[in-house]
Design a protein around this ligand. Structure first.
Ligand SMILES: C[S@@+](CC[C@H](N)C(=O)[O-])C[C@H]1O[C@@H](n2cnc3c(N)ncnc32)[C@H](O)[C@@H]1O
Length: 232
């Protein structure tokens, strides 16, 4: 049985986020109250799209290689602990597909990956098709996959993924914090997850410590400087 959004307007805890509208002098009634969140989301997408794939040597030379390895180890453990053979998996903010091998090892049955950065989805597609790893003669992934570009925290994904749901596992690794730019987006993220998981389905996610980010921000660290700590 699929779970769906509750449409009750009286509840503030359930259902889709209610975007607030304000008067737009140009007459567009569908004007989000906080247009800057869209601009920020675009900035994030452009930032990740512009990131080039590192070679193995460049990656190993990174000053934070141990942190990257720790992050990847955490994801491997979560995936192995909470995924069963044949599971249908939804990977929100999947990035360049850095977890495809982990999902393959868990012997999943189906994979849907979504990311806001079109460049990352392109890289993910290339990786899935084995084109990036031809010199390593990697075998093809054993699960069918669907890869989409989109904003996981803005769009009603139950509509987009009606034919793919329900999922056994929903994963959001090192990206959940991007939904916390407004309450509406955070609610959309949670509503999407609960609408797309089967009853009893599992959500696994990781996010950085907000206190550390705020501290670093106050110390003057920019987004671009902070981001390399991510596992991708
Ligand atoms: C730190 S990377 C993590 C990528 C991947 N989950 C991993 O662990 O390797 C964060 C990812 O979140 C994506 N992202 C940020 N905001 C998003 C949004 N609103 N919708 C979908 N993806 C988003 C970025 O494009 C980026 O690929």
């Amino acid at each position: 049985m699929k779970r769906s959004y509750s449409e009750s307007p009286s509840s503030s805890s359930y259902g889709p986020p209610q975007s607030k509208f304000k008067h737009n002098p140009e007459g567009d009634t569908h004007f989000l109250e906080d247009e800057s969140t869209k601009i920020f989301a675009r900035k994030v997408a452009d930032h990740y799209s512009a990131r080039t794939n590192q070679t193995l040597e460049e990656r190993e030379a990174s000053p934070i290689i141990h942190l990257k390895k720790l992050n990847n180890w955490i994801k491997s453990v979560l995936i192995q602990l909470y995924t069963k053979r044949g599971d249908a998996v939804l990977d929100l903010a999947c990035g360049k597909g850095g977890d495809l091998i982990k999902w393959d090892k868990a012997k999943i049955g189906y994979y849907v990956g979504i990311d806001i950065a079109d460049g990352s989805i392109e890289d993910c597609r290339t990786r899935y098709n084995g084109e990036a790893d031809h010199h390593q003669r990697r075998k093809k992934f054993s699960f069918p996959a669907r890869l989409l570009c989109g904003d996981c925290y803005e769009v009603r994904l139950d509509r987009v993924l009606a034919d793919d749901a329900p999922f056994d596992v929903c994963s959001c690794q090192f990206a959940m914090h991007y939904s916390w730019s407004t309450e509406a987006r955070a609610r959309r993220a949670l509503a999407n997850i609960s609408a797309l998981l089967r009853p009893g389905g599992i959500f696994i996610g990781t996010m950085p410590d907000a206190n550390v980010i705020v501290k670093k921000y106050r110390e003057g660290l920019t987004f671009a400087q902070f981001c390399p700590a991510c596992p991708c």
